[in-house]
Design a protein around this ligand. Structure first.
Ligand code: SAH
Ligand code: SF4
Length: 425
């Protein structure tokens, strides 16, 4: 999401006549987009800002993203060399803010959430000519006890289906064949205009745009994840057979403490829908270890759930206390060494599951969307519809980037697959 936000910022500024340069040293203006999801990410920001202070004399430094939104004008006290602080809902207004800076104002902020322009930044400069993101919903109305996002990205706002489809058609016309519909909780999408489309309907319609071959979405909240989404994937081959469904914990008691609004059984019911679908749907997840009060037994429930689901991939995190969140009041009792022990066990288990699952794929033919070439390995790199990395040989140096190639899987490692392109006649 941050990478796509940066594309919106770059596009907006290029349209105003600014040029992009390769390094901060060459720049007159530095725009630094930031993340505050965990404390480590936030600490990085302040270290980097210190670096800009030393190397950025005479430059205008702008702090963007979640740390900017979270800290607001307090940034100017902590880092007086910063002149502009703006959250993600204000990027369309950056040109106006720069006019203020250029007319001598040393402290400019953009921190409102109710800016109607937030989505329709018409000048996004997309980095990849074949694959891209489309924002469909901003913000989050959930209140997970550990999470800073509702504070940094504000309340939920859905974009109109008309505006989404316009952008999608323009992208298809420009040669893009793969898109990811983006939001903190795409499942609660509801078209604010008369159509009132829900997410499953929107997904299906985007998947039917001529020219698109792969449509993905992220992220899904299990509470709002409904069966019609699976039905849409079953009915429409342009929708990728992959769902990222963050579980966070395998213990219903911990889930309650996290205010995730579902139990383990309710989560598993959604997993069953996917396992019973006609298509072979890859399932990935996010997990947090060491949430306040998580006992050894509750941690083991997470391991058991991982075994039961057999995820295709996971992102595991150590609980990190965040400002403003309700979990702050619960303390942070689990020592970092214990969180480390738990995350190591989680990652080892997942590695074994992936090795097992990948070995089952040997001999299969998968369609790969080619992303580029690894010259040193003499291999093409790409992704399957299930979002697995599959590197292959068997095709020489033709320009394959952006094309779809059938590949037979010959080997499976823990994180990726290797294969041979089927010969072309
Ligand atoms: N909106 C998405 C996730 C956004 S954040 C969702 O609800 O699934 C991405 C992931 O970061 C979360 O799924 C969670 O696993 C992790 N995360 C969020 N806050 C965290 C915190 N305080 N400590 C550790 N991990 C956290
Ligand atoms: Fe954070 Fe929960 Fe919202 Fe996801 S659903 S962004 S984890 S509050």
């Amino acid at each position: 999401m941050n990478a796509h936000d940066s594309e919106k910022v770059v596009g907006t500024l290029l349209h105003e006549g600014y040029n992009q340069v390769a390094t901060p040293e060459q720049a007159n203006y530095i725009f630094y987009n930031t993340c505050s999801i965990r404390d480590k990410a936030e600490q990085k920001v302040f270290n980097k800002l210190q670096h800009f202070k030393n190397s950025g004399k005479g430059k205008v430094i702008a702090l963007l993203g979640c740390v900017a939104q979270q800290e607001g004008a307090k940034i100017f006290d902590r880092a007086p060399h910063v002149s502009l602080v703006a959250g993600s809902a204000s990027y369309a207004k950056l040109p106006e803010m720069l006019v203020q800076i250029e007319s001598g104002n040393r402290r400019v902020t953009g921190l409102d959430f109710d800016t109607p322009e937030a989505f329709d930044t018409p000048y996004t400069r997309r980095d990849n000519p074949f694959r891209t993101f489309i924002t469909i919903i901003e913000g989050c109305d959930k209140a997970c006890a550990y999470c800073v996002v509702p504070f940094t990205r504000g309340p939920e706002r859905s974009r109109t289906a008309e505006s989404i489809l316009d952008e999608a058609r323009r992208l298809a016309d420009s040669g893009i064949t793969e898109v990811t519909l983006l939001g903190q909780n795409v499942n609660s999408y509801r078209d604010p205009s008369a159509s009132k489309w829900d997410f499953a309907r929107l997904l299906d319609e985007v998947g039917r745009i001529p020219g698109f071959r792969r449509v993905r979405f992220t992220t899904s909240h299990p509470r709002d994840f409904v069966k019609p989404i699976i039905d849409a994937i079953d009915d429409n081959p342009n929708l990728c057979n992959h769902v990222h469904l963050p579980v966070q914990s395998g213990s219903s008691r911990v889930l309650e403490g996290m205010r995730r609004l579902y139990t383990r059984d309710q989560y598993m019911e959604r997993i069953d829908w996917m396992k019973n679908a006609n298509r072979d749907i890859a399932i990935t997840t996010d997990l947090i270890v060491g949430f306040p009060g998580e006992t050894e037994r509750e941690f083991e429930e997470t391991l058991e759930l991982m075994e039961e689901v057999e995820y295709d991939a996971i992102f595991a995190f150590k609980y990190s206390p965040r400002p403003n969140t309700s979990a702050l009041a619960m303390g942070d009792h689990i020592p970092d060494e214990e969180k480390t022990r738990r995350i190591v066990i989680v990652n080892e288990l997942q590695r074994a599951i992936q090795i097992r699952r990948h070995s089952e794929l040997i001999g299969n033919v998968e369609e790969v969307h080619v992303e580029g070439r690894h010259e040193s390995l003499q291999q093409w790199m790409g992704k399957t519809s299930q979002n697995r990395t599959l590197n292959f040989s068997g095709r020489d140096a033709e320009a394959l980037s952006g094309s779809y190639v059938p590949v037979r899987v010959t080997r499976g490692g823990p994180n990726s697959l290797v294969g041979e392109a089927l010969s072309v006649n």
